[in-house]
Design a protein around this ligand. Structure first.
Ligand code: ADP
Ligand code: MG
Ligand code: ZN
Length: 595
């Protein structure tokens, strides 16, 4: 019987029970006329009573005329003699007339009823099944047999992380080898990295490579409304792990339980604290030679309780960063192998155009591309489909149906042409990739650039070029349309942010010099640090403002100068955009430097 039906049945039984109880308790059995005791005595004296039946203090009987009555009698020693004098037939019955099971039922019924309801509700809350008595079970899923096994070949672009994990795999494959030598094996590995970079996948791959069972549980599974449940689940998880060792216990999103104790607003969270304490106790209590390795993953290492990172617990951290160009190319390759691709697709172009994409984003790109190709009845996915999908993932879906007035279209065309031309003329700027005035997501148009190589440091000129390009849109509007619009809000914000960092973090302003004046770490949703610690005076704040102002303004002038020098090109590019909506890089560069 499935849990739904079971629940339904239980509910039905409870309802029927309830009705019976209510009936029993409230039913008015054919009650004879209730009379006063004094009246009863009087009538007995007058000989009007034929017979009585006495049961404890209750007396019922009938008159000589046949009708019946009942009353309650005090403990009156004169009652029986009086009745006998009046010639009444007397029957005496044992004290209680209700059978024993009935009285138990009457006494305990309501109580049983409440318990039944409680059980019913608990079951509902636990999502059916036999969860009532397994509240404290770990809920870990074994992800080895059913899932297709993952291996390192499924994960790309995280070579360093893989290298760190190889040792763990060796150990899991043959724990006895390590035990003999008495080497210290890390008990816990903490994987840190932005969302979607493949932490979960990597943990599964470790299990797959080592060919050991893999227990996966999410941090949020520990967090329940009942105090103590989380702790008992932790205990259970480790117990289960020991039983099937060697194995991997994988705690995904550990920040849900491992949050800094006493953090956050409001009172402490007892339940979570208990759970975390239990986790620490378990980690301390087992010996990695037992063959259990705990891997945890988080993208919020900043909120983790430092106690978790102490030696003997998660004593090894593996950073899983966003992939670089090479990594993105490989990841695209892995996922593209699962769809039908046109021959000879060079993923490097797509990889270059997707800076900051995570592995999950790239998988999404391949998937969108495949869907797009299928919609067009193609029989293979082409590079164009990939580029289309990239744009969609990066900037949201196209909104071709959005109505733009001709004037709005013209404004957008000049705005985007401004960005593109400034980008094309500035040597230090990233090369232009594509300009479009097809609305997407929140923006009316977009100029995208291709960062040429992965940059780990960015020099001053490059950053300035970025700001100048960002200003290109607004500058073009001002030059041509003699009126500016709100379309540049995003550009201005972005430019100001870069300028601000140049001054306060990167020491790129001569006046301020190389000092960190950053305004402290961000809030991290009030995970730990609350409020901003500003470490400088009002005067310094003024200087920073002035410097940022100076950078942004001179960049704006620079953009305007470039555009007014090439104003004919600006008109040409804007016209091209109005005509064909999207202009590729080649066309832009042909315009800029006709050969
Ligand atoms: P995380 O746990 O870090 O948030 P996941 O492991 O859940 O990320 O990644 C989600 C999906 O994205 C994976 O199942 C995989 O398909 C894809 N993916 C992420 N990173 C990579 C990578 N480095 N190589 C291949 N695929 C990846
Ligand atoms: Mg994950
Ligand atoms: Zn813009």
């Amino acid at each position: 019987m499935n849990p739904r039906n079971k629940n339904f049945l239980i509910g039905l039984v409870i309802i029927v029970l309830a009705i019976i109880i209510m009936n029993v308790m409230t039913s008015k059995r054919q009650v004879p006329a209730e009379i006063l005791y004094s009246e009863f005595l009087l009538r007995a004296q007058q000989g009007q009573i034929e017979a009585v039946s006495i049961q404890g203090s209750r007396i019922s009987g009938n008159y000589t005329d046949g009708s019946s009555f009942s009353t309650y009698a005090p403990k009156d020693p004169n009652l029986i003699p009086a009745l006998r004098k009046a010639n009444v037939n007397i029957t005496v019955q044992p004290d209680s007339g209700t059978p024993w099971y009935m009285s138990i039922f009457l006494h305990w019924g309501p109580f049983i009823f409440i318990i039944a309801i409680w059980i019913f509700l608990m079951r509902r809350m636990q999502g059916g099944g036999n969860r009532l008595f397994s509240l404290g079970k770990s809920r870990a899923r074994r992800a080895d047999e059913s899932d297709t096994r993952n291996t390192f070949a499924d994960v790309a672009g995280v070579e360093e992380a893989k290298e760190e994990l190889v040792e763990i795999i060796d150990f899991l494959k043959d724990p006895s080898k390590f035990r003999k030598l008495g080497g210290k094996i890390p008990k816990g590995v903490l994987m840190i990295g932005p969302p979607g970079t493949g932490k979960t996948l990597l943990a599964k791959a470790v299990a797959g490579e080592a060919n050991v069972p893999f227990l996966i549980i999410s941090g949020s599974d520990f967090v329940e409304m009942f105090v103590g449940v989380g702790a008992s689940r932790v205990r259970d998880l480790f117990e289960e792990g020991r039983k099937i060792a060697p194995c991997i216990l994988f705690i995904d999103e550990i920040d849900a339980v491992g949050r800094h104790r006493g953090a956050g607003l409001g009172s402490g969270h007892d339940e979570r604290e208990q759970t975390l304490n239990q986790l620490l106790v378990e980690m301390d209590g087992f010996d990695s030679t037992e063959g259990v390795i705990v891997i945890a993953a988080t993208n919020r290492v900043d909120v983790l309780d430092p106690a978790l990172l102490r030696p003997g617990r998660f004593d090894r951290t593996v950073v899983v960063p966003l992939p670089d160009v090479r990594g993105r190319e490989q990841i695209l390759g892995i996922h593209a192998a699962r769809v039908k691709m046109a021959d000879k697709i060079n993923f490097i172009t797509v990889a270059k155009g997707t800076p900051g994409f995570s592995g999950a984003d790239l998988r999404n790109v391949v998937n969108e591309a495949a869907l797009f190709a299928a919609r067009q009845n193609k029989n293979a996915v082409t590079l164009e489909d990939m580029e289309w999908a990239r744009d969609k993932v990066m900037m949201g879906p196209e909104r071709r149906s959005m109505l733009m007035s001709d004037e709005e279209k013209r404004n957008t065309a000049y705005h985007e042409a401004g960005h593109a031309l400034v980008g094309a003329y500035l040597e230090k700027a990233d090369p232009v990739h594509k300009v479009t005035i097809v609305p997407r997501g929140q923006s009316l148009g977009l100029t995208s650039f291709l960062p040429q190589e992965e940059m780990h440091t960015q020099d001053r000129d490059y950053l300035l070029a970025k700001i100048i390009v960002a200003m290109g849109g607004r500058a073009a509007e001002e030059l041509i349309l003699s009126q500016v619009s709100t379309g540049a809000a995003n550009d201005i914000q972005q430019a100001t942010k870069i300028a601000n960092k140049m001054v306060t973090e990167w020491g790129m302003s001569e006046v301020v010099g190389p000092i960190t004046l950053s305004t402290g770490s961000e809030h991290h949703f009030l995970g730990r640090d609350i409020g901003i610690d500003r470490e400088y005076s009002e005067d310094t704040a003024d200087i920073i403002d002035m410097e940022v102002h100076e950078i942004v303004h001179s960049s704006y002038d620079k953009a305007k100068a470039i555009l007014s020098e090439h104003i004919d090109k600006l008109h040409q590019l804007a016209k091209l955009l109005i005509d064909q909506e999207t202009v590729e890089a080649a066309e832009v560069y042909a315009l800029v430097s006709p050969t």
